[in-house]
Design a protein. Structure first.
Length: 688
């Protein structure tokens, strides 16, 4: 299976590239089908025919389907785009959910064939399930269930990725396959991003100054790199081969270079913090004395110090780097000012009154008057001030009432609920009229799911790290150093999400949950029999841990493959039949629910292209109407449709469309202003 995967992986990458840049829906679906089917056919044709009957072979096939899906999540999602849709990365969400719900159903059918369903007992399982149920509860309490259900689908898909990976990936060979595939994919998307910096691209993005690679957004690319950079650094130490070490070192350098060219403040701050965390893990495990006695650690530290020092010197001395230097300085200043404002931010939580005195908001907000009346306003300007303003609104959303402190406003509802909590001077800060996210995962969790939701998530994170520190004291060099990288990557990503919501987006969120699961699997792997040099006093690892190939890996695999045959229980044919029929129906339902919003987004893109040419307004209206049929709860499409009606002076149609939007999102963007214009042109001055 290992050889088969490496042979077909280049084919999968090529098919993904073709899929991302062509313009025919049928071809897209066909190629995406090939991406999933080719590995399965290859595995089936090349599979060893072991002992066992039909049922045994079915179970093995299901295991191959599940692992194929997990590998495709790592290899395809970062590389996949769709240039025909309004949101070029929407196809990532579609692909993730199709794969995840498919392998989830396969997991269920595998359990039916085996006659049992059991989750591996893990300390993190309780907080994870508690957080999962809280997501369902906040969906029930949400005022806007049509949008909460979309976010719930997304969260559930992430939970399933975690659970399936933990319960299916069991051997060192499987972990190696996933991690190596991840590194190959990282190399591809990183090199593509570097090409973008020098002006070579397949599609015209908004700016070549900030690279996006195939992740769709500089911030999304930065979030992805925050996970993989520490992992690649850990693999430099984990690998036995000198060639592999050199390749991982080059990949680490290129990834850091790409991160720099994203010009993303969160990534710039997070990766150094993550690398410091990685060093702390090593020091905690081996001790400072043994760390200094290890030449590999010393040489790596010196190399990193030279690279960082040289980079900083070039940044501050080169005239070409003036913008980057200013951005770095402003990032440091933002952190300092934010710490200074925390006391007032936390304590001054009163909302704005319905009728705000003009003196309070003159000049973008009078700090003295507002603070005197218990209302916080940040003294920061620019994008930093915008972020703090949004965070302030989220803080007020959570503390609006005792109910919202516990349950929040409802999962996934920040776009609908935030407008009524933003300050009157919001637009004076040149902020977008539409706030879709909080620019901080933790503030978004707090606003949408209350203190309980945020607390449950932090409980899950704390339990994860607390239980992973013990397995670091292992003589298995590969396992230990890989764990260093995995834990540091997870920590870096969590830190980066202090100023982003990458944990929501499918550009990197599926990888985050999968890497967390791989870290747990890696920690549970049996130590490989190796020559060790362990101090008898204190059981501290002291020197280089030698490697010696053994047959344990094959034995583990054989043991796992033989185990189901001994424990297969008989289930009545009637129950199996119902399970298969129900699974097929459920899959069809999921596929429809997942695909329709994507088709609506394609129509939205068509309408946007037609909108700029008056002669094509009728075609834009037709495209928008198709999009609404695909997704009636989409509020962006009717908003743009109403704009076309207004341009054509069809005020009755514009009014109907705007009023339809208010039923879904009462304060969406400039809806009240546009309604006023519409009523005015209809002669309803009183309503205008």
């Amino acid at each position: 299976m290992n050889l088969v995967w490496w042979l077909i992986l280049p084919i999968i990458y090529v098919l993904t590239w073709i899929t991302s840049w062509r313009g025919n829906t049928f071809i897209e679906v066909l190629l995406l089908s090939f991406i999933f089917i080719i590995p399965l056919l290859a595995y089936w044709l090349g599979n060893e025919q072991g002992a066992g009957g039909r049922q045994r072979k079915v179970i093995l096939f299901y295991e191959q389907v599940i692992e194929t899906g997990l590998l495709l999540l790592v290899s395809i999602v970062p590389w996949l785009l769709d240039t025909r849709s309004n949101d070029a990365i929407f196809v990532k969400t579609v692909f993730v959910q199709v794969i995840v719900y498919t392998i989830s159903i396969i997991w269920f059918l595998k359990a039916i064939e085996e006659g049992k369903f059991r989750l591996i007992k893990l300390p993190v399982l309780l907080p994870l399930l508690a957080f999962f149920w809280w997501c369902i509860i906040t969906f029930i309490t949400s005022q806007y269930k049509y949008v909460s259900i979309e976010e719930l689908y997304r969260f559930v898909s992430y939970f399933l990725i975690f659970l399936i990976t933990v319960n299916h990936i069991k051997t060192r060979e499987q972990v190696f396959r996933v991690i190596t595939t991840l590194m190959i994919t990282t190399g591809i998307v990183t090199i593509y991003g570097i090409f973008q910096h020098f002006g070579y691209d397949f599609v015209s993005w908004a700016s070549q100054a900030r690279i996006v690679s195939s992740l769709g957004n500089p911030d999304f690319f930065s979030g992805y790199l925050c996970i993989v950079i520490p992992v690649s650094v850990g693999l430099v130490f984990a690998s036995r081969s000198i060639i592999a070490r050199v390749l991982y070192a080059i990949l680490s350098f290129l990834s850091i270079l790409a991160l720099f060219w994203t010009f993303t403040r969160g990534g710039w701050a997070a990766v150094p913090v993550g690398l410091i965390f990685l060093i702390w893990l090593i020091l905690r495990t081996v001790g400072a004395k043994n760390f200094l006695a290890n030449n590999r650690y010393i040489y790596a530290s010196i190399a990193v110090a030279i690279i960082i020092s040289g980079g900083i010197a070039y940044l501050f001395l080169s005239p070409k780097m003036r913008d980057a230097k200013n951005r770095l300085v402003s990032t440091v200043q933002f952190g300092i000012h934010l710490i200074q404002e925390i006391p007032k931010f936390v304590t001054l939580i009163k909302p704005y009154p319905d009728n705000v005195p003009p003196a309070w908001i003159e000049g973008g907000g009078n700090h003295e008057l507002l603070e005197k009346n218990g209302i916080f306003i940040s003294r920061m300007t620019g994008t930093a001030g915008v972020r703090v303003t949004i965070w302030t609104g989220c803080w007020r959303m959570a503390h609006e009432s005792p109910f919202t402190m516990i349950f929040g406003q409802g999962i996934g509802t920040i776009r609908q609920t935030f407008p009524s909590h933003r300050p009157p001077f919001y637009r004076f800060k040149t902020v977008s009229h539409n706030t879709e996210h909080a620019h901080s995962e933790y503030f978004e969790l707090l606003a949408e799911q209350g203190w309980v939701g945020l607390g449950l998530f932090l409980w899950f994170v704390f339990t994860f790290f607390y239980k992973r520190l013990g397995p670091l004291h292992t003589p298995d060099k590969w396992k230990r150093n890989l764990l260093y990288g995995l834990l540091a990557g997870i920590f870096t990503y969590l830190f980066e999400n202090l100023g982003s919501v990458n944990m929501r987006w499918t550009s990197s969120a599926p990888l985050f949950w999968q890497v967390m699961a791989i870290a747990i699997v890696c920690a549970r792997l049996p130590d490989r029999a190796e020559e060790t040099n362990i101090k008898s006093s204190g059981s501290v690892l002291t020197g280089e841990i030698g490697g010696q190939k053994t047959k344990m890996q094959k034995q583990e695999r054989r043991k796992i493959q033989e185990q189901p045959a001994e424990k297969i229980k008989s289930i009545p044919v009637e129950i199996k039949t119902l399970a298969y029929i129900g699974s097929i129906v459920l899959l069809i339902f999921f596929y429809v629910q997942i695909t329709l919003p994507f088709l609506a987004d394609i129509q939205l893109r068509k309408g946007v292209l037609y909108r700029d040419v008056p002669q094509e307004w009728d075609m834009a209206i037709e495209a928008y109407k198709k999009g609404i049929k695909y997704e009636p709860t989409n509020i962006e499409i009717p908003y743009k449709l109403a704009y076309i009606y207004a341009q054509k002076k069809e005020w009755i149609e514009a009014l109907k469309t705007y009023l339809g939007i208010t039923r879904l999102a009462p304060n969406y963007t400039q809806i009240h202003y546009n309604l006023g214009i519409t009523y005015y042109n209809l002669g309803r001055i009183d309503l205008a």
